[in-house]
Design a binder for this molecule. Sequence first.
Ligand SMILES: [Zn+2]
Length: 85
Amino acid sequence: MVNSKYPAGSIEISCVEVWREISDYLNGEISAELRDRMQAHFEVCKHCTAVLDGVRNVVQLVGDGRSFPMPHGFSQRLYKKIRER
Ligand SMILES: [Zn+2]
């Protein structure tokens, strides 16, 4: 797991970064450090909490613990949906 894109000292994580990592987050495929950072973000960001719930539902639908391929354009559609709220 490469953490170089999250240099030490940058605690803040942006919504876009959260969305990019969210499937890995749910699959437990991110570093503990990044997971902590995302959890901290979810506590303060309603948008990302909604996204997390939505993606989690998709993961449960797909089921059986396998990682699922994010459809192309998924995050863009999600982003649009959030902006429309
Ligand atoms: Zn956010």
